[in-house]
Design a protein around this ligand. Structure first.
Ligand code: BJ8
Length: 425
């Protein structure tokens, strides 16, 4: 890494030694897991570059944007509407973290039995190793699961720019009214932060930019339905992870470029795995960067992942926002309509998620589902039991896994995944 980057990280307040250690582990993991794959599409080269510069070039871009007066908004959840952030001339970045860090310090602030995703977010703050978090002018927390909403009370003491968004837990008229009220309050807060008034024109622009990102991912998902799979699940997940960090227009162009390449592969009947390789849909908790543990296990066990029913995947990107409104009010209603369909397990009841899992199984021609639950994640672990039952009643094999970010259980998970893949053959 260049000296310029080190200076930038120092100015952002990072702990340079700890940060070096993190980048060292990340780089090695990327090498071992990603670069070891065969037959990768050439277009993934862009994503390799993004990952090699994830704390470098992209952060430099954000720092430059800040110097030019643009604000950065950090978020932990797909309920935070990027359309509104862009319309206020600000940039949204995802802050969810997929690796353990500073665990001892974290466990002095949070109970041990907190999910790895929440612990990781705290670890990155306490360990001073996340330049995205340190660049953010506003950090948005949301009242989703109990773990997150209580953890934000403690996070408020660690950062001075936390904004908490309330969210409904029931898909009722009252729930929708709450979401609308909260999006209006968020719009006002972002306008205050940036000093930019959101006009109809800006909001339409924001909607179209985010829709284009989502549409590119929809295109990619559709191509992953083919047998042989034209791209690995590891790479599919990576693209979905980068969705949260990259410059939107560049991301859209890069995904579309991969799709052009995959179309040619499909026409030539080329794939990353042989035809009839067992196909798996992963469903459950979000897998944030650099959490690549499950796809690594699955795809070295002789199966291919063909879709992610997850917030880092289709739950987060399904449905475009209607951009036909002419006024801010009409477009805000369209944004509320779009986000109110997100079927996170914090909702009760949550029948849409089961429908979506089955729909994705049919569309991706998956042979089975792996339910990915993070240890101590009540919403998804609770939901995994009826999901498994409903799938098995429909003769769709399902394997329920519960894990965290450590590598200690890799051997055990591998044994279970291998047995499941055998069953699918
Ligand atoms: S919309 S899934 S991004 S809340 S894994 S912290 S649920 S205990 S991440 Fe999520 Fe928004 Fe929902 Fe999506 Fe809690 Fe579970 Fe931890 Fe979780």
């Amino acid at each position: 890494m260049s000296d310029d980057y080190r200076q930038m990280w120092k100015e952002l307040g990072l702990d340079l030694d700890a940060h070096d250690a993190l980048l060292g582990v990340l780089g090695q993991a990327y090498q071992d897991i990603y670069l070891a794959q065969k037959q990768r599409p050439e277009g993934m080269g862009y994503f390799d570059f993004v990952m090699s510069e994830v704390h470098g070039l992209r952060i430099k871009e954000l720092v430059d944007e800040k110097a030019a007066g643009r604000k950065i908004v950090g978020s932990y959840c797909v309920f935070v509407p990027e359309e509104i952030v862009l319309a206020a001339n600000a940039t949204l970045v995802g802050l969810c973290s997929g690796a353990d860090f500073a665990t001892e310090d974290v466990e002095r602030m949070l109970p041990r039995n907190t999910c790895a995703l929440i612990k990781s977010s705290f670890g990155f703050k306490l360990g001073k190793v996340c330049p995205y978090l340190e660049s953010a002018d506003m950090i948005v927390g949301e009242n989703t699961c109990d773990g997150k909403k209580k953890a934000y009370e403690s996070l408020a003491g660690l950062v001075d720019n936390l904004y908490v968004m309330d969210l409904p837990q029931v898909k009722s008229e009252n729930g929708k009214a709450l979401l609308k009220a909260e999006f209006l309050r968020f719009k006002a807060a972002v306008e205050k932060l940036t000093g930019v008034t959101i006009t109809a024109e800006r909001l339409k622009d924001g909607i179209q930019t985010v829709n284009a990102k989502r549409a590119a991912l929809h295109r990619l998902s559709a191509l992953r339905k083919t047998d042989p799979a034209p791209v690995s699940g590891l790479d599919g997940l990576l693209v979905n992870q980068v969705f949260f960090y990259d410059n939107p227009a560049r991301f859209t162009a890069s995904v579309n470029k991969i799709c052009d390449e995959l179309e040619k592969r499909i026409a030539a009947e080329e794939g990353v795995f042989a035809k009839k390789t067992p196909r798996i849909l992963v469903s459950g908790c979000p897998q944030a960067v650099p959490n690549w543990k499950l796809p690594m296990i699955v795809e070295t066990a002789g199966a291919v992942i063909v879709g992610e029913e997850s917030c880092v995947g289709e739950r987060g990107t399904r449905n475009l926002t209607d951009d036909s409104g002419q006024t801010v009010e009409e477009m805000l209603d369209a944004i509320v309509d779009r986000y109110f369909q997100v079927d996170c397990a914090i909702f009760t009841p949550n029948p849409d998620r089961l429908d979506h899992i089955q729909q994705m199984v049919a569309e991706t021609k998956a042979d089975g589902v792996i339910h990915y639950g993070l240890q101590f994640c009540q919403p998804y672990l609770m939901e995994s039991i009826p999901v498994e039952k409903a799938l098995e009643d429909r003769q769709i094999p399902c394997l329920r896994l519960e894990t965290d970010y450590s590598m200690e259980d890799v051997g055990q998970l591998k044994t279970r995944v291998e047995a499941f893949v055998e069953q699918l053959r």
